[in-house]
Design a protein around this ligand. Sequence first.
Ligand code: PML
Ligand code: MG
Length: 253
Amino acid sequence: MMYSIKMRCSKGGPHEEGGKHISGAERILHEDEVEQELINVYRRAITHERGKPDFINFKIEEIDENDIIYKKRLNINQHQVNSKEEGLSLAKELLKENEVNEESADKAIQTLIDLEDSMHGAMLIDKDSGKRIDNKGIKGVRVTGIASADIAKYRKSLKNDGREGLHLEEALILASKIASCKGIVAELCWSDDPSYVIGYVGTKDNYERIPILKDKGNPIGGRVFFVDSNQLDDDYTLDDLIAYLEKQVVLIE
Ligand code: PML
Ligand code: MG
């Protein structure tokens, strides 16, 4: 039997009543691992650098193993930059190399920079027009149903690449699910954790890791998924794409 455990926490009340997002996490585990991991995730919620939450929501759901699909993890390309400006200009180049129109890349970067608060989920932006195509407001599209297929093996493979750390571990799993989604050509993300300035461009094959995408101390971050609307039709609609992101259980190998 497998279970998904999801945590989200906020300050100033629940997210849906206007509380400020502090952190979130998801694990997909065998029954005997659930209890210990609940404690770990709880600790993480109450010690987060974005603040001490006054609302913590845990959801534990049994998962039908027949519903699980497996996808490979992206390759990590580590880039070097000396400033946020260099990082953002590199992000734009990488997006352009991955089917995103220049104007759309510019618009998306500016939209993330201009956010007044961190989004709980991601924005879907048309790769050609730069227009936002989900109608989910500040909530955005919440990607769930993600975990590594085998956490010990996954950590070892990261270590073999000379990489480690919880931010990277979790972001790479999410980016790998996004890469597997039909109709999404690329992703742009930077963290909402004030001290964490690393971000990435996710493509179909690579996790292009960029060491500086924002100023230290900035508590606002977010994600944009670039959608190729030409790949949407009556048999595969925007709602189908969003359902894959929000519901399909994908374990990353
Ligand atoms: C987040 O944790 O909010 C996103 C982190 C993105 C970068 C992670 C990394 O590559 O270190
Ligand atoms: Mg965060």
